[in-house]
Design a protein around this ligand. Structure first.
Ligand SMILES: [Zn+2]
Ligand SMILES: [Zn+2]
Length: 342
């Protein structure tokens, strides 16, 4: 458990095959290659994408795989950009080729050969991990490890989606989980009005949204109190696309922010007519991350995070699946079920 760089084992939660629970395993400590840092993982927030990987909806993970791509850790060794002891965050975008037409045009989020943390590369459901230091971010001071975790995907991909919403004043957020609870705070800081759309019966999420400053919260399939200038869909439910278009004003955008969504039902062209825009948001660029990490403490974004010890990662995923997480969940490798700290 020490910080020395010696060959020893670390505990990790490992996906062996889709649609099976993660299994606790002892793995050799990862060894940093040139340009990589070795990190002690202090927290790794859980993302809905982790669920899509475990459930086989994203179907080409490396296997076996250590999931997790919202990693807050301390540098133990390696790299040049950071020093031992620095606190850094590791996001979903883990590596790009730097030379494809997307990378060369400032769109590395679309890189043809991108590799993603906790999908193509082992991630943070482990005591230690390695990461390409060029894709790590410094974590803003003032955020405890646990609270910083969700900034790294929910926060910064949510922020990218918010920018795609343009200067919309009346913003609808569909699905009120980790990303929406962060983006509500950013949107209000920018002077927007927030409307939260959830399942009709999910009064808990609706109350949470109102607590965070949403001026209305209610049924995603019902009428909206007024037209929206833009909507961001965080929930992986295709039926929300026509529902959101239906309540979006002419010229407004509907942004799909998740990596996976059930099929979108057909809908009359009239819902798109009037220069409405329907688009997705994919991944992140390092520029998104750097800008969001500067913005978060200015807002200031405060995250609500429920901590789970490493060996209870399956439980964290199950709670996320069943909508029992208020805000975000995170894995704390340094904490064990039989009484740890943090
Ligand atoms: Zn994510
Ligand atoms: Zn590329």
């Amino acid at each position: 458990m020490g910080a020395e760089v010696t060959l020893c084992d670390m505990r990790a939660m490992v996906l062996q095959a889709a649609r099976t629970p993660l299994r606790e395993a002892e793995l050799p400590d990862p060894e940093p290659e040139a340009g990589q840092v070795l990190l002690d993982v202090h927290a790794c927030a859980v993302c809905r994408t982790d669920l899509h990987i475990v459930d086989g909806e994203l179907d080409r993970p490396k296997l076996p795989l250590v999931p997790g791509h919202q990693i807050v850790g301390r540098v133990v060794a390696g790299g040049e950009r950071f020093s031992a002891g620095d606190r850094v965050g590791v996001p979903w975008l883990g590596w790009t080729d730097g030379e494809c037409r997307y990378c060369r045009s400032g769109r590395e989020n679309l890189c043809d050969h991108a590799r993603f943390t906790g999908y193509d590369i082992d991630g943070g459901y482990a005591e230690r991990t390695v990461a390409d230091e060029r894709f790590c971010f410094p974590i803003p001071d003032g955020y405890p490890d646990l609270q910083a975790g969700p900034l790294l995907c929910a926060g910064l991909i949510g922020y990218r989606a918010l920018q795609m919403a343009g200067d919309a004043e009346r913003l609808g957020l569909y699905g009120f989980g980790a990303a929406a609870h962060i983006i509500t705070q950013v949107a209000l800081h920018e002077g927007r009005r927030v409307f939260a759309f959830t399942r009709a019966e999910d009064s808990e999420s609706q109350a949470f949204a109102r607590e965070l400053g949403a001026e209305w919260a209610g049924d995603a399939m019902g009428p909206a109190p007024e037209e929206l200038d833009a909507a961001i869909i965080f929930a992986p439910v295709g039926a929300l696309v026509p529902a959101a278009l239906r309540v979006t004003a002419k010229g407004g955008s509907v942004v799909c922010a998740g990596i996976h969504m059930s099929d979108i039902p057909s809908f009359p062209y009239e819902l798109l007519w009037g220069e409405r825009v329907l688009r997705s948001v994919a991944n992140l660029t390092r520029d998104d991350g750097e800008r969001f990490m500067r913005l978060a403490p200015e807002v200031p974004v405060r995250t609500q995070v429920e901590a789970f010890p490493l060996e209870r990662a399956n439980e964290a995923l199950e709670h996320l699946r069943s909508g029992r997480i208020r805000g975000a969940a995170a894995i704390i490798p340094g904490q064990s079920s039989n009484g740890g700290s943090q």
